[in-house]
Design a protein around this ligand. Sequence first.
Ligand code: ARG
Ligand code: ASP
Length: 720
Amino acid sequence: MKKLLRALVLFVSFPIFAQQGGMWVPSLLKGMNEKEMKSLGMKMSVADIYDVNTSSLKDAVPQFNGGCTAEVISSKGLLLTNHHCGYGEIQSHSTVEHDYLQDGFWAMSLEEELPNPDLEVTFIVSIHDVTKEILNGVDAITNEAEKKTAVQKNINDLQKSYKREDWQSVMIRTFFEGNQYMLFVTESFEDIRLVGAPPSSIGKFGSDTDNWVWPRHTGDFSLFRIYADKNNRPAKYSKDNVPYTPKHFLPVSINGVEQNDFTMVYGYPGRTQEYLPSFAVEQIVNDLNPAKIEIRDKALKVADGFMRQDQAIKIQYASKFASIANYWKKWIGESQGLKKSNAVGIKKSFEQEFLDRAKKQNKMSEYGNLLPQFEKIYKDITPYALARDYFQEIVLRNNELLSVGFRLYQLENAFNKSGEQAFNDRKENLIKGLEALYKDYNKDVDHGIFNETVKLYGTKAPANLTPALIKDKDYIALGNDIYSKSALTSYDKLKKLMNGKAADVVKNMQKDPGYVLAKSLAANYFDNVAPSYDKMALELESLQRTYMKAQLELFPDARIFPDANSTLRVTYGKVNGYQPSDAVTYNHVTYLDGVIEKYVPGDYEFDVPQKLIDLYNTKDFGPYADKNGKLPVNFIATNHTTGGNSGSPAIDAHGNLIGLNFDRVWEGTMSDIHYDPAICRNIMVDARYILFVIDKYAGAKHLIDEMKIVKPKETKKAKR
Ligand code: ARG
Ligand code: ASP
């Protein structure tokens, strides 16, 4: 009875309960979150998750290279992240002779670990609310642009003056769209070496066909190691550096997971937009997503055709292709999910409720105009937003010649603005920076992509915002002309073009048809699109800030969490399957049996290495099988994650690593905009599969020995 009463009280005070998602700030978990987490089965205290004075879980969870998450899993700085997060590094060490993408890589000693000059990981030392300091003197300013400048100045000042150690940095981010500011003291390590990676046939098994899809069977992990100087401080690469001793590392549990088990995911979610008005969601579904999907669809088809025929091109374009394909597919799933879940309708009824509450609380003068204003600006901005997407997707993202041309355009601007010296400095950097691009450049692939995407640009982007040079052309002829004459198609030719005095170089650039086109597209964007777009975007930013403030005020009992902003967050939930459609039910776990079921010999997405097949046939799973003798591969739970959470640790009730987050399920990819607890699930690699691959497949037992393995007998499972 007492228990029932307690459950009832909990239910009443959190009517929407824990399955509602949310990405929470780790320093603010006390109270509502802690209660929820404990009610879901967590056995730790929130101080075990985040604490400034003693070591806590946060000390084991750095951001990995800006866009992913990783976790330290040994006292010697061993770092676990996704295969797709380390993909660029694995690729950079690969050649046709030593193809670590295809065959995997395992350092059998510290000496064999491979340095990565541009890779860094960043730990959070402490988190502080600095809203007062940042908004000091800002409220009085009415002009939105001036307001922004004042906020930025306060940020810069505080960033400079805030007390920190020499090797630390200070970063300030906004939460609740300008209503709150948090300061992070951080530590970045720059000597990060590659330790191990499975072959893509394990680490990327299922590739793009299975990406964003459950049931999944991917061993999406790779291993790195953090090196520090002799004082255990961050340092640039040096062969004298030593493995980093972390303040905390995660023990790895081979206990396994069961339906309804508590899990939390700790990491750096990048960006969500959970509090948009319905008009914004309509714009995404009806206008922006379809345009971007169509552009990438064309680019990917061209690249795929070449990659399937030429191993060298496959290596060169592997990483670029994967990242373009990733969001292409995500947008398709997102649009479908938003439609199917009636996100716009749900937003519209929320907006009605919003107005009712504003009326009841006499807030119409403050908030009554928000929605009509949103509606008008979203309508006005749509052609500009579309033109911007065409420009960004085609010039900056999918076509390499145009993206190089764009950088030359910035160089020419630097000359016009700041003269010869500025030009020369920038030119040196540019030439150095482009070496990596041209290492993986293939003119024919790029030419094919040009023909397809520029044609879309010229025929489908809003006509009054598109330059004449690409409107209604013979696109094949245009492509042939540019790719036969432009110096931007090879590194050597480009360097030659860049040779000489600034004024001469700029003059010569105007004769290059590739440059001329890129320049005209860029100038058109900056003259005709960006000014109006930026002006309206700033108005939307201001409306969104007020709308957020209003939601917090009018819905004081709602579980409102701040949108993701690439800062450290905690999300939690339960291991659970779901029902994607009528009469279909998905289990929460997949097994190695499923890998073998999907096996297509020689296929570039579904091939399976012979050794894995042998291990499967002999059931040689070591201590990693579950109690029925099956080897778990992936599992899903109700944690609310997004891009950036890849590589995040999935942690059990006691603080042990039980899995590695890497993806979401197809029906739930709309969770960045509209989280539906019934179908949104995150996908993790089971820790047992990771250990199995390291131990049994790769024979890298020394790495297992370095970890602290938590075995079934050692933690007594709490009764549920
Ligand atoms: N969809 C996952 C994420 O957004 C995994 C992407 C990597 N895998 C791939 N096949 N491209 O990053
Ligand atoms: N795969 C994503 C990442 O790379 C995670 C996600 O979007 O669910 O961060």
